[in-house]
Design a protein. Structure first.
Length: 274
């Protein structure tokens, strides 16, 4: 495959100047050793992944469909039991699946944003953000912003302001555009100050302008707050521009792990080349 043809695969890709955080010496917030996931002997999804992610990094997971991106993401946070190796996330170590107590501890320190916004459409924007406090002690009060404690409500309003939607706090979620709804989902994920933000194809359902807006917002808010960002994407422009580091999977193996500023057109083409 020639370089010219590679450029037709990623026509917008340019070299981006990153203000990457200096993570040398920072504690590993996620670490795997020989991580393996298989559904059957002949269906191996992840084949011995060694990976370290440090506090404050912004990392993109890329790869073709079936390469194991989403499976790896869910394995790192204990949503999938693993078949071999070990995982340590936020100080919680497990070799198959986290215990119920470990899973609860992990979820309290994480925020999640997925391709679908998963908002309660008939409720207000503010109530949807307050829902981010579910899982905390007394979280039944997060059912609606009217029953939420004042500190939770104030945090939700502040987070909405951070995503430029404070003026929509009383609007119903279904009155917003797709891009605005995804920003509400970001606010919901960030409202309790997570240590890690997990995003699985967060811009895939949005048009290019809204998708870029959402990804830029992710990257900026996480960098400003020192939150570790881990996201999957099929958009290589997003991966190279909004991550400090790119981890590529191919056929269940770690294909490369590089600073995004060092990733070339040829690297990306090889990831997606059969």
């Amino acid at each position: 495959m020639s370089i010219d043809h590679n450029q037709t695969l990623f026509p917008m890709l340019t070299t981006v100047s990153h203000l990457a955080p200096d993570v040398k010496g920072r504690d590993a917030i996620i670490q795997t050793k020989g991580l393996r996931k298989a559904y059957a002997r002949d269906r191996v999804i992840l084949n011995g992944i060694d990976l370290t992610i440090r506090s404050g990094e912004r990392v993109a997971l890329i790869g073709s469909n079936g390469s194991g991106k989403s499976t790896l993401l869910k394995s790192l946070i204990g949503l999938h039991p693993i078949s071999g190796g070990s995982v340590e996330t936020l100080g919680q170590s497990f070799e198959r699946a986290p215990s119920g107590k470990q899973r609860q501890a992990l979820r309290r320190q994480m925020g999640f944003v997925f391709q679908k916004h998963c908002l309660v459409q008939r409720r207000s924007v503010l109530s949807n953000v307050v829902h981010g406090m579910l899982g905390e002690a007394g979280s039944w009060r997060a059912f609606c912003h009217h029953t939420a404690p004042t500190p939770w409500r104030d945090m939700a309003l502040e987070t909405l302001d951070n995503v430029n939607l404070a003026s929509f706090a009383s609007s119903r979620a279904d009155a917003l555009s797709g891009g605005q709804q995804q920003r509400v989902a970001i606010a919901r994920a960030l409202v309790r100050g997570p240590k890690i933000l997990i995003a699985d194809e967060p811009a895939a359902s949005l048009d290019p302008v809204a998708g870029r807006d959402v990804m830029s917002l992710f990257a900026r808010l996480c960098q400003d707050a020192g939150i570790t960002l881990l996201f999957t994407s099929h958009d290589m422009v997003h991966a190279t521009e909004f991550a400090d580091r790119i981890v590529a999977l191919k056929a269940g193996n770690l294909f490369f792990d590089k600073p995004s500023s060092k990733v070339t057109q040829s690297d990306l083409a090889e990831v997606f080349h059969a």
